[in-house]
Design a protein around this ligand. Structure first.
Ligand SMILES: [Zn+2]
Length: 116
């Protein structure tokens, strides 16, 4: 992998309306250290502002986050501040290493991510 997500890569808080939008649903903003991109329940993807939108790194990260959007869209993945819900099972966020490739939703997303 050319990028590593070691922290939650989906976001809890609501959108800020004033954020600039690029492309379809991709919004570049200042994300936490170690976070490259995040998928949001409202269908948007955040990409760290320091990453070139046209770079391979961005393309791969966006492809990965789109898998999470698809998972949310078909109802397999959901989350709130305290839990992640995957296919009806509840995972306490406190106890998990979010971004770990071993988590079922990550495993699937990584397996489907298009390599740039
Ligand atoms: Zn992920």
């Amino acid at each position: 992998m050319t990028f590593q997500l070691s922290k939650p890569d989906f976001h809890n808080s609501d959108q800020n309306k004033e954020e600039l939008q690029f492309g379809e649903n991709i919004i570049q903003k200042d994300l936490d250290t170690d976070i490259i991109a995040e998928a949001n329940k409202n269908g948007t993807i955040y990409l760290d502002k320091d990453i070139d939108l046209n770079s391979d790194k961005a393309k791969e990260a966006i492809s990965h986050e789109k898998q999470h959007l698809a998972q949310m869209n078909r109802g397999d993945l959901d989350y709130d501040d305290d839990h992640v819900y995957w296919k009806g099972k509840k995972y306490p966020r406190q106890e998990m290493n979010e971004g770990s490739k071993r988590l079922p939703w990550e495993k699937e997303a990584y397996s489907k991510t298009k390599k740039a």
